[in-house]
Design a protein. Sequence first.
Length: 229
Amino acid sequence: MRRAVRGPLRWMRRWLLRGLGAAVAVMLLLVLLFAFVNPPGGFYMLGEYRRTGAIEREWVPMESIAPVMARAAVAAEDANFCLHWGFDMNEIRHAIESGGTRGASTITQQTVKNVYLWHTRSWPRKSLEAVMTPMVELFWSKRRILEVYLNMAEFDDGVFGVEAAAAHYYGTSAANLTETQAARLAAILPNPKARNPASLTPQLQNRAAAIRDGAATIRADSRAACFED
């Protein structure tokens, strides 16, 4: 009787392990692919396209994004971007101590979510994010991670990527953004639908000023070295 039970259990365990191995292999292939190929979009972007019927987006390489924009995004969302391996343990610790009232997602985690996963909070998504984030850090350069992030981030309803955002709000290109414009765009993250960089509240004006100062600081102390030429 025990042998009869063990047989199906072994079969199930074997196929479960094979399934997990196949899933990891697929994730690894997708990570390797987008290290060189620009992602066409993500589940969230597709959902917004279906909801609105159109989105604004134009991919630009890192060379066509003003350095002040890259530094502002890092200052706003992940000041230790160049120092961690995908998870900022100090920020996670602070988030726990604050009772979960502050976020701790790094730019790498947000990039993984935007490219490969969905935005709804759930344990399956967070688990996949935890697996794929180190993969992306291993096979992508920091510069590539930031490039993809800036081209996938949402800046308004249906406006994706910094090139579309620059045109949408300021009638310019990502390459020609000023320090103030870059700081204001970064200030509306991660809640762009409820914020307008052209008409910031006093609180967000203070945040934009802090981001501008932070961008200058990370340039001075070399925390921008991993994504700048």
